[in-house]
Design a protein around this ligand. Sequence first.
Ligand code: C2O
Ligand code: CU
Ligand code: CU
Length: 488
Amino acid sequence: RDMALLEGKKTRCWTFESELIKGNPESLQQIAGSYLGPIIKVDKGQKIRIRFTNSLPQESIVHWHGMHVPEEYDGHPNDVISNGETYVYEYTVMNRAGTYWFHPHPHGETGEQVYMGLAGLLLVSDKEEKKLNLPAGEFDLPVVIQDRSFNDDNQLVYLDGGRMDKMMGFLGDRICINGRANQQLDLKAGCSYRLRFLNGSNSRFYKLAWSNGDPVTVIGIDGSILESPKKLPYVMLSVAKRIDIWLDLRNKKQGDKLELKSLAFESGMGGMMDGGMMGGGNTRLPLGSEYRLFTINLDEEGSNDYSLPENLVAFKKLDPAKAVNQNNPREFNFFMERMQWTINGRTWEGTEVAEEETVKLNTTEIWQLSNKGGEMMGGGGMMGGGGMMGRGNKNGGMGNMMQMPHPIHIHQVQFNILDRDVSRVEPALWNSIKDGFIDEGWQDTVLLMPGMKVRVIMEFKNYKGLFVYHCHNLEHEDMGMMRNFLIE
Ligand code: C2O
Ligand code: CU
Ligand code: CU
């Protein structure tokens, strides 16, 4: 579809064209002028059927990010269909209320397909959420943040930096909000809003903060509504994650403006940056620089009577004592080897699963996810300990190591974060982001900064089968930083 995103020539995008065949029209909403797919609204317990017909010139398959579904409906890369074929999904929604999303998942082409516009929100509601009387209708607003690059002809440009763009992850220099290129939201003074943020970017992540210095009030994350609202000076929104933010505009007047910014932080990208090989990384809008995401215009006054509940949804963390491997967590290490991003030294293998990637149905497990920072490129083994934690360029030159943040995502489950070990994270880096994490609730993606180690706990239930876990930096995923795990 050709979309009017910028002045002048239209931009060719790939979109999910949708049509409701049966059900409630409210459950399928298109954002006007957006390349994004429809917002699909469902209730827990509801059975849904979705027919996906591929009209792309490439193979594809749709994945329901964060959803607990049977193997055949998870959008495994092995289930891709060709142009003209149809895949029918049919499942009962078992997830808690939360903000989920969908996007293509073919191996090697996810980055391009998402970048061209293929993504959408899937909002789940349940009884607990309904009792809270959270802002609804026009006051429950999606805010999907994505970075793009356009050429002089207004067309999307992807991976123009070639191999380095893939290695480092693609960064665009223009922020799109809700599938539109104008960084404006029109809200009403006098009202309260629930803003559902999704970082739908390929590799860029954000440090969200209000320009007036107000704290950011978070009420939900990934597959959960929090137990109580959290006020933070800023929030880290890593790739693929969702954060629900409460915005109170009751003391604002018509004509006021408010900006949401991404504040400066240490990005943790290292290795080749100072060696001059960073050509692919975006220099016009570097990761970790400060910039405006969007402006909220309050051109109208209104009123609503939503107030922020003190208590939201009760949360009971999974008990580590129930884990079958309480004292012996499975270890997954994310690092570069032989110029490849790997998980425990391996890359994607279509149907293969290693022994450490096989779990049992009806068990609770602890997984330890570690970003092992850099490796000496072109030879040396992993550098242990503090040595690698510098910015990576301390050893100078090009033969040095490479380290990057990796947002790690596990399909099929929502997990709890048990702890985050930052003892090997460079202090300046950690200090620049440390107040922006929420380690509560049910989550499906966790940002691993270089040197960081996170333990997560999850339960494998209901469905056996082959699922994937991967880095959600889509260029890394496409390069093979993705593996199967088997629930048997
Ligand atoms: Cu959002 Cu496997 O992906
Ligand atoms: Cu997913
Ligand atoms: Cu990665």
